[in-house]
Each structure stands twice: as structure tokens, then as C-alpha cells.
Design a protein around this ligand. Sequence first.
Ligand code: ADP
Ligand code: ASP
Ligand code: MG
Length: 417
Amino acid sequence: MKFGGTSMAGTERIRRVANIVRRQQAAGHEVAVVVSAMAGETDRLVNFCREANPLYDPAEYDVVVAAGEQITSGLLALTLQALGCKARSWLGWQLPIHTDNAHAKTRIGEIDAGEVIASMQAGEIAVIPGFQGLAEDGRVATLGRGGSDTSAVAVAAAVKADRCDIYTDVDGVYTTDPRIVAKARKLKAVTFEEMLELASVGSKVLQTRSVSLAMKEKVPVQVLSSFIDDDAPLADELPGTLIVSEEELEGLDMESQLITGIAADKNEAKVILTRVPDRPGAVASVFTPLAAANINVDMIIQNVGRDKGETDVTFTVPGADLVRTQALLEEQKPQIGFNRIITDPKVAKISVVGVGMRSHAGIASTMFKALADRGINIQAISTSEIKVSVLIDEDETELAVRVLHTAYGLDAVEDAA
Ligand code: ADP
Ligand code: ASP
Ligand code: MG
């Protein structure tokens, strides 16, 4: 069981969480619980680091930001004990959850779960702080923002759990962010692949890496709400959204949809290089220095060549890397030989995702037509086997998501009554 920041925000919320955990144990389960810091706490700790030293050392940053989860894991163990349950906390370095040395964005390797499994078998609830682990250098390390989801899936795999239940502030995965589109519809199940695409293009209900780990380790995941009453159905009745393999999904006998979900991401920025020489190697000279600087280029278009053997190249990078990208390209200007850099951070990437695309034509044209009908201009396009993404003006994000949600027939039907 994993509980996110809103679920852990304060002693009252933690008491609700403890009740949910206690009910699950009473239903006959051995339980490990992974917790996030209280909502807003990690942001607060990150700010302290920035104030202390804008060029902070990532290893010391980890010491600071891992603290939020240490507090909530202890508080949940205490609250469970107050309810008469046996419970103890296991900090990342105690299990340990081994990670690499990439401080502030470390990856989980092995987890030594032997002791924790023995303790769970003896009826003790294991409470594990998410987001943190023990790096090879012997120091605490954190997984990157939203990383408690990944901790939960990794612990579930290590203790060979039947399921990883991710409790949050919405009752499942929706066709699009239910906080933005009121007509979003809750999905009973989605495939790992679809969830992976949705998470990576902006549906931050799960950290992307947690989904790839669940897919690799074959851990069934359920997303469900912690904002429930004592008499709400147990997680075993699967009230939330299941994330499973395609084969398991077929077994669930669901009405198949062409499009599963729509996501928006406002964190990309657009870069246009004008009048790049139209010759072999030109594009490589643009992207090689960016790759060397670990800047992730996403959408790319090379426009039709102009006269005189020149072409414009348009691409997107994470907004946070825009300044560095511009500096690197200016530095390389003599080698690349372009005329001008034009940048625009006010763009949004809108993506539609669904495995149904593999076998159906016309998904992209529906998207382009629906956007055109509302006068929304498309600045770039990219596709994968189960996804189509377009880049648009950031101001039109919500409108575009709503228009597409309707165009693909995803809107929730109003109750007839
Ligand atoms: P937690 O603190 O529990 O980890 P998060 O804030 O990380 O919670 O994730 C839950 C939020 O994800 C929801 O409040 C919702 O606004 C957002 N979200 C974005 N896309 C979706 C989606 N397709 N389905 C459900 N929630 C979504
Ligand atoms: N507390 C961490 C964060 O806010 C990890 C998490 O909640 O998943 O990023
Ligand atoms: Mg989260």
C-alpha cells in the first residue's frame, strides 16, 4: 500500500490512512506500507536548500529532502500502534533499498527484503518511507520528484506482493486529469504500456519510472482513493483503476476503446533554428552537443528546404533546459552554421494515447480536424505506435484537451435521472 502527500497531510489524515491499513490487515493480508512526505513538505525542503546555496551539492540536498518521508513513516507507525496494531518503520538505509550514486535522481537497484518479510510474517506492519534509499557511497539518496510511487512498486516486487495499491486523492486513473476536465471518466483498467505513455506525456498521477518498473517486474498496480469512509469497499474488490498487462486486460472483458486517455504537458519549450545548411551532418551537429549535455530533445521537425540549400529545424526541450540549450547552440553556431535561434517557452504538448491505434486508421486526422475546427494551430507533431502528440500555444491547453476528449467520445455520460 502506498499513500501520497495529500493522504499523509497531517495527523488527522494519517489516522484515516492507519484505519485503511488496519482494515487491510484484518482482511488477512500481510502489509507493507510506503509513504510520501506531507503535501507541500518536499517543496518546502527544496526551497530551504536553494536558499542555503543556489548551487547546492545534490548529496546534501538528499539529506534535507529525504527528511519529509522519515517523519511521516514514524508518524504512521505511531498511529498504527495507537490503534493496537504491531508496526515499525524501516528507513531506506535500514532495509536497505540500494540505489546508485546519482544523488537527487537516483535509481533503485537491489532491496534486501529478508528481514522485512520475516517481520511482516510475524504480524508486524512494515512502514517504509518512499523517495529514499542508500547510495553506493553509503549516503542517503532520493529518487527524483514523485519517486514514492517507484519506491512502492520496488518494495512490492521485493516482498513479492500480490498487488501494489497506490492510494491518492482521486479514485483512479481517468481519461484525462479530472481536476481539469469535469467530464473525465474513470477507467476500470489500463495497460502498462498505455499508462507508461500517459505518465511520460504529462499524466502525473504516477511517476513514469514506477510504471516501467511495474511492467518489468510484473507487479499489478491499482490506483485508488484514500479519501474514503470506514465502510467503503476494500481494495481487494478493486474499486480503483487496475494497471495490468494486455493479456490480463483481455481477461477482464472490458469494452475496448480506441483512445484510452489524453494528457497535457506545459513543461516543454520550442526552439527554432533558421537557415541551417541542408546537407548531411547538419542535424547531427545540432543535436550531438545537446545529447552530450544530457538535454532530452523530444519533438523534432526539419522543415522543407528553402532555396540556397537551407532549412529550418524546429524541436522541443524541457522548459528547465531552455537557457542551457540556447547557450550551447550559440556556442556551436560557427560549426552548425544557422542564422537565428527563436525560442518559445509558452507551448504545450497535448497527447492522445491508446493501444487501439495499432489497428485503426484515422486517429491522428480526427485530432487535427477537431483542433482545426476550434482554430487551434498545430506547431509540431510526433507519433509512436500508441500515441499522437501535438504542440500548441500554452493558452489553448485546457480548450484542446476538452475538445479532444469530446471528439474521441470519452466524455462521461450524465446520469439519466
Ligand atoms: P500523490 O500525492 O498521492 O502522489 P499526485 O498529486 O502525485 O498524488 O497525483 C494525483 C493527481 O494526479 C490527481 O490529483 C490529478 O489531479 C492528477 N492527474 C493527472 N492526470 C490524471 C489522470 N489521467 N487521472 C487521474 N489523475 C490525474
Ligand atoms: N515527497 C516526494 C515528492 O514530493 C516524493 C513523493 O511524494 O512521491 O516529490
Ligand atoms: Mg505522486
